[in-house]
Design a protein. Sequence first.
Length: 157
Amino acid sequence: MAKRYILTGSAAIRLRCQAGSNTMIYRVAADAVLVFHFLFIVWAVGGGLLLLAGWHRALWLHLPAALWAVMIEFGGWICPLTPLEWQLRERAGEAGFSGGFVERYVLAWIYPEGLTREIQIAIGAGILILNAAIYGYWLMRLRSNSRQDSSGTPPGH
């Protein structure tokens, strides 16, 4: 039984491989990366809404994720999870694909075919604007609540 390592940045995933039996392991691992990638995108785009629900500590996890997503889109980069998924799918014997996660899974049902640089910048701007609006509204509510608390006026009166 050989041990193989898949290097992705500073992280290494060790998978035990047996001839002929590793296909399912790689397929499941690729699907897990895909699900994590999708959840990360959902978190980066909409995680700031948790602030409005009173989960103020979410800021420390959400803000870096949102900034990362904006940087990926504005920079025209590929998220490191995309090549990891490709590598796992290739090891599972699945056909490779061209393009990144957004092109394959998100744009396929939201936008027309073909991720252009303009669309990528628009996605980044959308993430930035949406999150700036959420954070701005949250900060206004915090200020309003702190003013009401200091004046002794009950909220809503």
